[in-house]
Design a protein around this ligand. Structure first.
Ligand code: GTP
Ligand code: MG
Length: 210
């Protein structure tokens, strides 16, 4: 029987960078030109099947980027296995916000969290304010995964989630940051399946608000 793993993924980033749109593309392969800003957070799931047959189920918390929801974020990134921190390549200020989120995750989230920095709206490259070189250099310095995506065209979207899925089970291997007394398999580690997982005790939007 193929291995099944379950991971908690949180999306963070400034309002309007396209977090919900990325999730909508990944989960339903759809895109809306006019999306309502997320209230609180939305919860969705999606699975990815890896080449070796491993099924990775993502439990996705799509957070609200508006400043007034900022204090809720720790509830969503606490115990997250992975975080996708999104900026908009046409708004350099959104990369600054992303850096702030990354600093906060590095300080407050689980030390084994996998962080992917995602430059969204690559279809608007003509209005680019953030160069690929700048973002990639920063990601390398901080040890983050990095990719550009377009929720609108779908470019790079499934790839970034698949890349995270491939990276996740290996984080529980002895060679990872598990350190001394490393683990023998994903299911035994912090990153693996938690069959008794807790749901966050907060109200969320309906799943369709993604
Ligand atoms: P909050 O929920 O407020 O945090 O915003 P968000 O990050 O979830 O942004 P959302 O997905 O709602 O997208 C904001 C706007 O950007 C919407 O009008 C989307 O249609 C648009 N958008 C999202 N992704 C893309 C993209 O890849 N390309 C283009 N051109 N527009 C996009
Ligand atoms: Mg949203």
């Amino acid at each position: 029987m193929s291995k099944q793993l379950q991971f908690k993924l949180v999306l963070l980033g400034e309002s309007a960078v396209g977090k919900s749109s990325l999730v909508l593309r990944f989960v339903k392969d759809q895109f809306d030109d006019y999306r309502e800003s997320t209230i609180g957070a939305a919860f969705l799931t999606q699975t990815v099947t890896l080449d070796d047959g491993t099924v990775v189920k993502f439990e996705i918390w799509d957070t609200a980027g508006q400043e007034r929801y900022k204090s809720l974020a720790p509830m969503y990134y606490r115990n997250a296995n992975c975080a996708v921190v999104v900026y908009d390549i046409t708004q350099s200020a959104s990369l600054e916000k992303a850096r702030n989120w990354i600093r906060e995750l590095q300080r407050q989230a689980d030390p084994s969290i996998i962080i992917a920095l995602c430059g969204n709206k690559s279809d608007l490259a003509a209005r680019r304010q953030v160069s690929q070189e700048e973002a990639q250099k920063y990601a390398e310095e901080e040890g983050l995964m990095w990719a550009e995506t377009s929720a609108k065209t779908g470019e790079g979207v499934s790839e970034i989630f698949t890349a995270i899925a491939k990276k996740l089970p290996t984080t529980a291997a002895p060679s990872s940051r598990a350190g001394a007394g490393g683990r023998t398999g994903a299911a035994g580690g912090r990153s693996g399946v938690d069959l008794n997982r807790q749901q966050n005790a907060v109200s969320t939007n309906e799943p369709c608000n993604c």
